[in-house]
Design a protein around this ligand. Structure first.
Ligand SMILES: Nc1ncnc2c1ncn2[C@@H]1O[C@H](COP(=O)(O)OP(=O)(O)O)[C@@H](O)[C@H]1O
Ligand SMILES: O=P(O)(O)OC[C@H]1O[C@](O)(COP(=O)(O)O)[C@@H](O)[C@@H]1O
Ligand SMILES: [Mg+2]
Length: 576
């Protein structure tokens, strides 16, 4: 058994981090009649529900955390899966819940699950970091359990405090002893710069911060759990992998068989699962967590969101995105050089972005050489007044050349044959036609058929070259912090969470929050307006398109204010 817990000094961070109460002075802890625990009907029917802790901000000290605030606060468990199963020896309830904690002034915490939600009498240990020389000089060793991060950085004077997420970082208590941990790491979905850095830092974080020696990689994505041998990982074997693109573990699409995966986790004695992947992978991680919880296992499931498309919501940006935008500059530069060297030269560059045009938008803004950026979120048309052909003709007459950037999922409504296409990849993602080739041909046909002007079009498709490179310096740092956050969270007994940067702070986000929708460019937002004013391209929008986009945007923002589609709390009257 480890040594007694040292006392850590806590500081409050007034910036982007808040605690659950409006008041910063904490009255002396006493059972507060103002604190209430709300349970959903399914859960309250459970014969085991009485064994569940009243879950406030601190899963370890739940009731005292809420009581000590001295303010009205309530916790709502909202069941996301009906049905109860139990394992008598551990005293487990197998129902997964979203944990919504409400506080004063419209404060909402969308909390992440913790082992203590479904396993009773679980021992906790002092965090070994307290004896780590690297941390001994840190004034605040551990994250205050009441620290949470607001989803929205902008606040109105009388508005609700809104949705918050739990702040990531090391906790005073951990729920694993170092020699008990058997961790595994898996990478799934498409490649993305930074995958190897995340793998490296999970391994090194576990070894160096927590003294964990048993870490393995799963070979080739989800299916590797049940069809391949594991790959042993240690700081020496991962030492320089961050300098390479791709993933040393391999990846795949499809092959997610929840039962087989969890059987394999159980058979191998794995108790920490680190899952690196995009929206599909995180959905897979959510069901793995559900099954683990249903079986009552003390196995932490932590997601690290990966997407070069930046299509995961809530988080500020995904790792690898920054690198992708930077690398895209090389292709745009080449397109520009080619285009300006020849009469009526057009450089057309296709960038990734299945449903979200973030890479195209940011690469365009960064470059300043782009005359027109086309993304899936912004409908456009080719022919007639205000159309793309008219704009190309005008720009060529003005400048003698132009550069067009198109995101891969753009203009799908214009491809007549792909609308009926049902071709899908192994994960069920619809396979897209090559918009770059299609658009090149359309432009060439238009200018040759009508004998308008001779154009010289060069099409560049750098998509796989962009995502196969190692991450840049900024993404490397970001990957390191994401990996360390995941390790701290799992060691602290949190599970069913994804790590992510929210308003510049590292947080733990419940799976449902990042899988419920995709992050998309909002074309009625200022960022898209900035792009339009930078390129001086037409918006290609009809008034009807603008109305529809605004409707969607206001629906999104009202969902967010009400706790998302899984939210159970709509703060209407704000009184502090
Ligand atoms: N809804 C889902 N439920 C369970 N697993 C899923 C789901 N969607 C995708 N997956 C699994 O996640 C993995 C990666 O998904 P994919 O969509 O290819 O990439 P990404 O995670 O990058 O979006 C695949 O192994 C796939 O089977
Ligand atoms: O050819 P692949 O490997 O299926 O990947 C293509 C897809 O991968 C992406 O880069 C990223 O997609 P995921 O995040 O789903 O992995 C998409 O932009 C692109 O459509
Ligand atoms: Mg995806």
């Amino acid at each position: 058994m480890a040594s007694p817990i040292k006392t850590a000094s806590f500081h409050t961070f007034p910036s982007a981090v808040s605690s659950s109460s409006c008041s910063s002075s904490l009255p002396s802890p006493s059972p507060s009649p103002l604190f209430s625990l709300t349970m959903d009907p399914i859960r309250s029917l459970s014969p085991l529900s009485s064994s569940l802790p009243a879950c406030g901000l601190d899963p370890i000290n739940s009731s005292s955390a809420a009581a000590s605030s001295g303010k009205h606060s309530s916790v709502c468990f909202a069941s996301s899966k009906a049905g109860i199963s139990s394992n008598g020896s551990l005293g487990i309830s197998g129902v997964s819940n979203s944990k919504i904690v409400t506080g004063d002034c419209g404060y909402v915490l969308e909390d992440v699950p913790h082992f203590t939600d479904y396993i009773t009498h679980l021992p906790a240990y002092p965090n070994p970091l307290q004896d780590n020389p690297a941390y001994s000089v840190v004034e605040q060793y551990f994250v205050d359990v009441e620290d949470t991060v607001p989803q929205k950085a902008i606040a109105h004077r009388n508005g609700p405090r809104g949705i918050h997420f739990r702040r990531a970082g090391p906790r005073q208590k951990v729920y694993f002893q170092s020699d008990e941990v058997q961790a595994c790491i898996v990478t799934c979905g498409g490649l993305c710069p930074g995958l190897n850095t995340v793998i490296r830092e999970i391994v090194c974080g576990l070894y160096n911060m927590y003294g964990v020696k048993k870490v393995v990689g799963i070979d080739g994505g989800y299916k590797g759990f049940y069809s391949r041998n594991t790959i042993p990982l240690n700081p020496r074997s991962v030492n320089d992998i961050h300098k390479r693109g791709g993933t040393i573990l391999g990846t795949s699409r499809g092959g997610h068989d929840t039962k087989k995966i969890v059987d394999s986790i159980q058979d191998r004695g794995i108790n920490q699962v680190y899952i690196i992947g995009g929206d599909g992978t995180q959905k897979g991680a959510a069901v793995i967590y559900e099954e683990i919880r249903r079986r009552g296992l003390k196995v932490a499931v932590a997601g690290i969101p990966k997407t070069i498309d930046n299509d995961i919501p809530v988080i500020d940006r995904s790792f690898g995105f920054n690198t992708a935008v930077e690398e895209a500059q090389r292709a745009i530069n080449a397109a520009h050089v080619e285009a300006e060297s020849i009469e009526n030269g057009i450089g057309l560059v296709k960038l990734m972005g299945r449903h979200s045009g973030f890479i195209a938008m940011y690469a365009t803004l960064a470059s300043r050489d782009v005359d027109c950026c086309l993304i899936p979120e912004s409908p456009f048309y080719l022919e007639g007044a205000g159309g793309l052909f008219e704009f190309i003709e005008r720009r060529l007459k003005e400048n003698g050349h132009m550069v067009i950037v198109v995101a891969e999922g753009t203009g799908e409504d214009l491809f007549s044959d792909s609308i009926n296409s049902v071709n899908k990849d192994a994960s069920g993602n619809r396979l897209l036609q090559d918009v770059g080739l299609w658009l090149s041909q359309k432009i060439k046909d238009h200018f040759s058929k009508k004998n308008k002007m001779a154009i010289n079009l060069k099409y560049i498709d750098p998509t796989y070259m962009i995502r196969a490179i190692p991450s840049n310096a900024s993404d490397n740092v970001y990957c390191t912090l994401l990996a360390q956050s995941a390790v701290h969270g799992a060691m602290a007994g949190y599970t069913g969470f994804t790590v992510g940067l929210v308003n510049g702070r590292h947080t733990y986000i419940p799976f449902y929050r990042i899988t419920e929708k995709q992050n998309k460019v909002v074309i009625t937002d200022r960022m898209w307006a900035r792009l339009l004013s930078s390129t001086n391209q037409p918006s290609f929008l009809s008034p009807k398109d603008v109305v529809e986009d605004k409707k969607e945007e206001s629906l999104q923002s009202s969902e967010e204010n009400n706790g998302g589609s899984n939210g159970y709390f709509a703060p209407k009257e704000i009184s502090c």
